[in-house]
Design a protein around this ligand. Sequence first.
Ligand SMILES: [Zn+2]
Length: 351
Amino acid sequence: MAEQQYDVGAVPKGIDRQKFIDDWVRSSEELIAECPTKYEHPTSYKIAKDLAVSIRQTGGRILRSAPEWPTIATLPTGRVNAMTVRVPGSAAKAILFESSFFTFANLLSKAVAAAMPYADRGDGDYLSFSSDPENIKRRISSEPGVAERFFQAVAAYARFGDPSRAPQYALGWPHSHLAPVFRESMELFVLGHEYGHVIAGHLDPQSTPDIPAEGDFAADELEYSWRQEIVADHFGSVLSVAAMSSDGYDAALSASGGDLFFSAMDVMDRAVSLLRYGDESAQKLGSHPPATMRREMLRRGWSEYMDEAQAQSAVALADSVQVATGLLWERARKRLVDQYGPGSGVDTSWR
Ligand SMILES: [Zn+2]
């Protein structure tokens, strides 16, 4: 087979090429050296660590007493998620991120951002997007590439357990400015949710039974009741909104990540179930509460800690994110059926 070459970026002009390559190799080695175990995914671990700095600082600022910060790690869990575990026989806690979570969060944020219609307000001062569902519907219909990118990310994740196998692409302006905001909001929400379990004491011995260590895996996931999930969602929302607001983002954008995360889980539940059993509702991954319940509770929380105008704006944006992911999923479902067929199989890592 003929050799194929891939450009992964240009060497900047005016610098020493060998020095550039040496620096790049050194920074990659440093990234790997920072990982606490050889099982970490180095890039995911770096992202998780940076998010941890943000949530930890925010917790220190807004909580009356912040509990001890848990260890952060990445590993393939077969869930679109993170999980918090208590190391048996010890008070130590760890937040484990699914290795592919950040890649999927990035691709999903790009696809959903691309579905949001740009609204030129004419004053040139702000970059604005429309949250009108009709405009979103029109954009998804008129730009077939948007739904196709979403389908590719979902298909790669479901079939291979690896969203990075979706074709790479660069998002054009102005959507390239919206996607990172969605992504960061979602990532901070997920970490804030997990830390929320720690804050609420869900992992304390009196709250959960001791789970003995088995084999090499010295920690096991603790099952939480739906009520505990809702409480953790609330902490996730408060912490992520506070973290992003201190960086200057408005309340609605800061709060959008929770809804996007519920959509991410819902879409992957459906995609995996469709490809595994031929029925998108046959199986749910994990034991989390339904997305509709979590969305509803998230919105109630906003009305408690945001002012009325902020809460309304947050609901409008979250609703439009939900509309966008719903429309994108309808098209992705059809593509999955047409291209692979229902029941055609998924990666074995999916639980
Ligand atoms: Zn949870």
